[in-house]
Design a binder for this molecule. Structure first.
Ligand SMILES: NC(=O)C1=CN([C@@H]2O[C@H](COP(=O)(O)OP(=O)(O)OC[C@H]3O[C@@H](n4cnc5c(N)ncnc54)[C@H](OP(=O)(O)O)[C@@H]3O)[C@@H](O)[C@H]2O)C=CC1
Ligand SMILES: O=C(O)[C@H](O)COP(=O)(O)O
Length: 498
């Protein structure tokens, strides 16, 4: 059960508020204020977390800075050992953490468990990858540059950045937190996590698993509060040496305000699915349903617009409709496919897109139905570029289909988007697939499968408004270090003899 057993320490039962984590301990905020987490299904307060103060953030940053210096001196194999321990504890306690995900973000029960297990695996893989890539440096010799003899040896190695600020979004509050925490730690950095409000309690449980693993005090910290209230103070804090953020347009605002520090931004997407006439239409339909409706479309990598050749559109629409009819709709506890979207304002936003499409003449393949935050899956056919849903990201179970007359028209629509996260193309012709992939202005193109971030060691990046930098385990480790060179100057040129 959440907040019980080994997790009792993180909960203040008297006032029913979860504590925040700093300097190796669980604390109540001096603000005496809390932030409510609303269960998307019941629309009632499920949990409360501390509203941390600026003073508390200052203390966390100071402690993190001190702890980081000692951590950077900790042998790499020991850092990896602790990460492996945390991963095992996380997986051992998957049930109570998954329970939080069900209650806070209405993630279907089985997917909630998968998120925690995937997170444990990600932490272990990062430990292994870190040992490999951080254990190696480079030796450069000077005589490769014109005019030089071999009188200088340059040793370059990877050193930590300092304090990494991690801000994940609501849809993967555990997995997208550890995808920042583990690379930061293996690389010798300290970490301050600001979890999303919806998902904060799952994140606090996850942090407790790192606490139980025995990381040094002050190295890992988790401050809670509304992003709109403490977000700016955190992201503009002089103690922060790197920000790794996943979320929506907030990330664009952060990148304008942050100082001269490395940024890793994974933002929104409008992932297009381009379907050619020669595609395997059963495969297409299965991937449209999986890609468009998993976790009710609340994935940055969800299929968010289908661009389909007119000649095969009718057949695909029928196949998709038939598969959508089998999706179960209801509470996450029952492991339904479609569950309530995260907040009422999110449901209202989705409804706004649907009503705009209705007014402008889109074809509704199902009746629009909503109860509270629960929106039934909806396919909108004959969507045109003048409709908002052709461009905006619903982050809900509503999928537009735009019929195209040529592949060029599909590529043009995809590239006219301000987003450039992922996209996919369905065809049996690999040559065409490669050429379309090259033409699509997105960070990743999937051939004959729906977009997806995983496996978690694959590079994952967005172009344009979809992000800065690249994630994936290896890229995240490399992003959270800087290069240090030490140059050995020899008294005379020296050449290695054969
Ligand atoms: N490319 C990717 O990998 C992904 C992108 N996304 C995108 O994220 C969006 C949905 O996620 P959502 O969580 O609603 O995104 P938001 O951008 O609203 O929030 C993301 C995180 O930022 C915090 N935050 C809010 N305001 C500030 C601020 N001023 N300064 C610092 N942090 C702040 C939030 O905290 P709080 O909850 O307290 O407001 C939350 O932890 C969609 O657009 C989606 O496409 C989502 C997942 C993955
Ligand atoms: O937040 C998201 O939506 C993810 O980064 C996408 O992850 P997934 O493709 O594994 O669902």
């Amino acid at each position: 059960m959440a907040g019980n057993g080994v997790f009792a320490e993180i909960y203040d039962g008297e006032v029913e508020v979860y504590k925040y984590y700093a300097d190796g301990h669980w604390h109540k905020s001096s603000s005496a204020k809390s932030v409510s987490i609303i269960n998307p299904t019941t629309r009632k307060t499920q949990f409360k977390v501390q509203a941390c103060t600026q003073e508390e953030v200052n203390k966390v940053m100071e402690a993190a800075k001190v702890a980081q210096k000692a951590w950077a001196r900790t042998p790499l194999w020991k850092r990896a050992e602790l990460l492996h321990k945390a991963a095992a504890i996380l997986k051992e306690h998957k049930a109570p953490i998954a329970e939080c995900l069900v209650k806070e973000i209405a993630k279907p029960a089985k997917d909630a468990v998968t998120e925690v297990v995937r997170s444990g695996d990600l932490v272990s893989y990062t430990a292994e990858e870190g040992v490999r890539i951080l254990g190696e440096g480079k030796l450069l010799v000077s005589d490769s540059f014109p005019g030089n003899e071999r009188s200088k040896y340059c040793l370059s190695s990877k050193i930590p950045l300092g304090v990494v600020l991690a801000i994940p979004p609501f849809n993967y509050p555990v997995n997208l937190a550890v995808s920042k925490i583990a690379p930061a730690l293996i690389a010798g950095n300290a970490l301050v996590l600001k979890p999303p409000t919806q998902g904060a309690v799952a994140a606090l449980h996850m942090i407790h698993c790192f606490h139980l693993a025995g990381f040094p005090k002050g190295l890992i910290n988790c401050v809670t509060g509304k992003g709109s209230e403490i977000g700016d103070f955190l992201t503009m804090h002089p103690g922060v040496n790197c920000i790794s953020f996943t979320g929506g347009d907030t990330g664009i605002a952060i990148s304008k305000k942050a100082g001269m520090i490395p940024l890793q931004m994974e933002l929104g997407g409008k992932d297009a699915c381009i379907v050619l006439e020669d595609a395997d239409l059963d495969l297409v339909a299965a991937n449209i349903v999986k890609g468009g409706f998993s976790y009710s479309g609340q994935r940055c990598t969800a299929v968010k617009v289908v661009l389909i050749m007119d000649s095969v559109a009718d057949e695909v629409v029928e196949k998709v409709k038939s598969k959508m009819g089998k999706l179960t709709v209801g509470p996450p506890e029952d492991d339904c496919d479609i569950t309530p979207v995260v907040t009422e304002s999110s449901a209202n936003f989705i409804e706004g897109l649907v009503m705009d499409a209705k007014e402008k003449g889109a074809t509704f393949c199902q009746e629009y139905r909503r109860e509270g935050n629960l929106i039934w899956p909806l396919l909108l056919d004959h969507v045109r570029p003048d409709m908002r849903i052709a461009w905006e990201e619903p982050f809900g179970p509503v999928l537009p289909i735009i019929r195209i007359q040529s592949v060029e028209e599909g590529i043009h629509h995809c590239n006219a988007s301000n987003f450039g996260l992922q996209g996919c193309v369905f065809t049996r012709d690999i040559n065409k697939a490669i050429m379309i992939s090259d033409a699509m202005e997105t960070g990743t193109v999937q051939i004959n499968s729906a977009p997806a971030r995983g496996p978690d060691h694959f590079p994952f990046q967005g172009l344009k408004d979809s992000g800065i930098g690249s994630q994936g385990i290896t890229n995240s480790i490399n992003m959270m270090v800087k290069v240090k060179s030490t140059v050995i100057n020899l008294p005379a040129p020296s050449y290695t003899m054969g």
